[in-house]
Design a protein around this ligand. Structure first.
Ligand SMILES: C[S@@+](CC[C@H](N)C(=O)[O-])C[C@H]1O[C@@H](n2cnc3c(N)ncnc32)[C@H](O)[C@@H]1O
Length: 452
């Protein structure tokens, strides 16, 4: 029984109808809004055109009041209690025997969020947030998995094999992952039949078929920028690629919080003291192995993939082997580190040029630093082990000893440190503060423009 005909009553009708309830609505005609009127005309509810009378409770299994008259509403609530009929009195939690949950439905999927009557709007916001994280058409994917479970029962119907059936389906779900499973929605006719044949073979062996076999994809190599370390500083596209990749081959510098996004296989470059060329060749070979197995491979690189770190060479390497990489830019430490230290790399009237350079050229050579320019900023990557030599070179290029400098270690990571100084102390602060790579050095007048 629903007492009332306004907006709340209209919402209640929808909620209880989705649970197949037979609804009787008591409300005089003048209290109906268009939507409740529509439900009546559509014969979704049985309507009684008058105010509530106590005998309306006879034979009811559940009562919902949704009316403006709060006194009458509370009276009905108490009456229901005395007759032991479960009741919900809208907006009066102490008089409710149950609350409505905020629900998300998509085919067979049902997600219900409750705040135990304390924050219905919050429940609604939480539900919307949860629903937004689900893969597209998840309802259809669930139906497909339901179909697979039915097939599995056909393949091995014996009741004593239910453990094997359930275990196999669970392992399949865990191996394939939600995102990949949603590809089941794309299969049609013959493709789907063939898939079930393969799955049956594997089920009989009690083995989980590899993801690349069930969801074949064309091989793809993507060079992706992971950003400087904070997982929130990765692009939406890069995150999607990471979630969907069969194989991710990562630089050593990438922090665990970013690697935690990887769903497929993860391989991390080895330590490289004195053998960086071999390590580089090895990780490219790992990528190639994946590509030959038709996998979607991600080569994950710190910061932006094309700023230092051999990104360009890797493009050529893959091209020579017939694969054109997909490129996904990342936020470079060259920009994020100064920002982390609140250093604007350009500032009107103070600096109007930024030069990004390495502190260590190929095979350990020194970079060719520019002459001093009073409005020029220098951002130097890979500079920690070269602080003494770089300082000397800057002096030779006429940089004043008082030029402000800043070291930013582990920018945008939990261990981030900012150490300020001037050119005179540029090398000694590295030793005094035990600054370690990865760090970015920033030199020029903008360094202290916001703190001066
Ligand atoms: C091989 S380069 C790669 C640069 C990267 N592609 C980028 O765009 O940031 C490695 C250097 O990047 C800098 N770097 C990368 N991440 C950093 C971070 N989170 N904090 C400070 N420096 C970082 C350091 O100078 C490190 O030695």
């Amino acid at each position: 029984l629903i007492v009332g005909g306004g907006n709340v009553a209209a919402q209640r009708i929808v909620s209880v109808r989705t649970a197949d309830a037979h609804v009787i609505l008591v409300c005089p005609a003048q209290g109906l809004i268009d939507e409740t009127r529509y439900r009546i005309e559509n014969k979704e509810v049985t309507w009684i055109d008058r105010n509530f009378v106590d005998s309306d409770l006879d034979g009811m299994d559940m009562v919902l009041t949704a009316m403006d008259d709060h006194e009458e509403s509370a009276r009905i609530g108490h009456l229901c209690r005395s007759k032991r009929i479960p009741v919900n009195v809208a907006d009066v939690p102490p008089l409710c025997d149950f609350y409505f949950m905020s629900q998300h439905r998509e085919g067979p999927l049902q997600i219900a969020v409750s705040t135990n009557g304390q924050g219905p709007k919050l429940a609604n916001m939480i539900r919307t947030k949860i629903a937004a994280t689900l893969p597209k058409d998840i309802g259809k994917t669930i139906e497909k998995m339901g179909l697979l479970r039915a097939k599995v029962r056909e393949w091995e119907p014996a009741i004593e094999n239910s453990g094997k059936r359930m275990g196999w389906v669970i392992r399949c779900c865990e191996t394939w992952g939600l995102e990949t499973m949603s590809k089941l929605n794309e299969l049609k006719g013959k493709e789907e039949e063939n898939l079930y044949k393969v799955l049956e073979e594997y089920f009989k062996k009690n083995e989980v078929p590899p993801t690349s076999l069930v969801f074949p994809s064309s091989p793809e190599i993507a060079l992706i920028g992971a950003g400087p370390g904070d997982p929130e500083l990765i692009t939406v596209k890069a995150k999607r690629c990471l979630l969907e990749a069969d194989l991710v081959v990562s630089d050593r510098l990438i922090p665990q919080q970013v690697l935690d996004l990887v769903q497929g296989e993860l391989r991390i470059a080895r330590k490289t003291t004195g053998r960086s060329d071999e390590a580089q060749e090895e990780l490219l070979e790992w990528c190639l192995e994946g590509l030959k197995k038709n996998q979607r491979v991600v080569r994950l690189k710190i910061g932006d993939p094309l700023l230092f770190g051999r990104g360009g060479e890797e493009i050529l390497w893959f091209r020579e082997r017939g694969y054109e990489p997909v490129m996904v830019p990342g936020i470079s430490s060259a920009f994020s580190a100064p920002m982390a230290a609140m250093i604007p790399v350009t500032f009107r009237g103070v600096s109007d040029q930024v030069i990004i350079t390495t502190g260590r050229g190929t095979k350990g050579s020194m970079p060719d630093l520019p002459e001093y320019g009073s409005t020029r900023m220098l951002v130097v990557l890979m500079a920690v082990g070269r602080a003494v030599e770089l300082r000397q070179m800057l002096l030779e290029r006429d940089y004043p000893l008082t030029t402000p400098i800043c070291w930013v270690e582990n920018a945008n990571c939990p261990e981030e440190r900012v150490v300020l100084g001037i050119l005179e102390t540029m090398a000694s602060v590295v030793v005094d503060n035990n600054i370690k790579a990865p760090a970015v050095l920033i030199v020029g007048k903008s360094v202290d423009v916001l703190t001066r």
